[in-house]
Design a protein around this ligand. Structure first.
Ligand SMILES: O=C(O)CCC(=O)C(=O)O
Ligand SMILES: [Fe+2]
Length: 333
């Protein structure tokens, strides 16, 4: 068993298209993670993103990281001879920044012009791919084309847009990888996440049935993963899965993660059609609330920003209390 790798070139031809669509659905439902090949984003652009970001790290980020809190925490833990046993430091061996359309000129450290231009190009391409994926999911689930894109854009009227941002991260070499993760286990909160990972240095892992699986580096692949809110919208037909990044002793890993998330005011709830379908499959005609037939699981309905607020405080904790908080809030009926 391995994290699925799916070649989108095969979507072009009739018979293979069907098989590929089914593979994507299976990956969304069983893994919450998959790698895409021939996804349409020019390979030369991906190479440029990586090269320029690595250079930016070397010139403007690496030295700062060595002065950061997490480096101090690990040093003092080691010098005090702390033995963590199976517990790790409750923080991440990671450095990076978050880019949104309006922060390209204000992000710190400032972006060199060529990286800025390249990231703008990348962001346009990755948005197109995100929307393509959402439509593939719609087709697989029998939802109208554009349903998920609309639901994620949220609100009413004009100016609807997803909450889109790109996290650019480096996981520098770590002297004691057994004491601290690059990024602690967590679920992503949002919609669909598109990730460009290092060509050579692995470390990303996804948890399935109690086992951590590597998301192996594949040059020019894009890793897709599903966030909590897309799981809600698809009534569990796409799953948000636990994942983490291991730190490495002698290697520096980079990753660029594009978050295509619901807008702050988007109303998040399972697609009524999918609830109906689940209810029919369940053979229970009285049950017309948000019930997922397979698990008996009922997803909450909420406004995206309310969820993100709670997630911000509880990112590395279990999810159910966050959903409970949404039910208690009852901001939407
Ligand atoms: O760096 C990676 O590969 C994954 C990052 C991630 O999971 C996140 O930022 O939520
Ligand atoms: Fe994540």
């Amino acid at each position: 068993m391995a994290v699925p790798v799916i070649d989108m070139k095969k979507m072009l031809n009739g018979e293979e298209r069907e098989v590929t669509m089914a593979k994507i659905q299976n990956a969304c439902q069983e893994w919450g993670f998959f790698q895409l090949l021939n996804h349409g984003i020019p390979h030369a652009l991906l190479d440029r993103v990586k090269e320029l970001f690595k250079e930016h790290y070397k010139n403007s980020m690496g030295a700062e990281f060595q002065k950061s809190e997490i480096v101090g925490m690990l040093e003092s833990a080691v010098s005090q001879g702390k033995n963590f046993g199976t517990t790790k430091i409750d923080d991440d061996w990671e450095t990076g920044f978050f880019l949104q359309d309006e922060t390209y000129d204000t992000v710190s450290p400032p972006l060199p012009t060529n990286l800025k231009q390249t990231m703008k190009e990348f962001s346009e391409e990755v948005k197109i791919l995100a929307e393509r994926i959402l439509d593939i999911i719609c087709e697989n689930l029998g939802l109208e084309k554009g349903y998920l894109k609309e639901a994620i854009a949220g609100g009413n009227g004009d100016g609807k847009a997803p909450f889109f941002g790109i996290k650019m991260a480096h996981y520098p070499p770590c002297p004691r990888p057994e004491l601290v993760d690059g990024l602690r286990p967590h679920l992503d909160a949002g919609g669909v996440i598109l990730l460009l990972q290092d060509d050579e240095v692995g470390g990303l892992q996804v948890l399935k049935d109690g086992t951590w699986f590597d998301v192996e580096p594949i040059r020019h692949a894009i890793v897709i993963d599903i966030g909590d809110q897309l799981e809600v919208m698809t009534n569990g037909k796409c799953k948000s899965m636990w994942h983490r990044v291991l730190s490495k002793k002698d290697a520096n890993r980079m990753s660029v993660a594009a978050f295509y998330n619901p807008s702050t005011n988007a109303e998040v709830f399972p697609a009524p059609q999918l609830i109906m379908k689940a209810t029919e499959q369940n053979g229970n005609e009285n049950d017309n609330n948000n019930m997922n037939a397979q698990s008996g699981y009922s997803y909450p309905k909420f406004v995206s920003k309310d969820y993100m607020k709670v997630y911000g405080e509880q990112k590395f904790l279990e999810r159910e209390p966050r959903f409970e908080a949404m039910r208690a809030l009852c901001s939407l009926k």
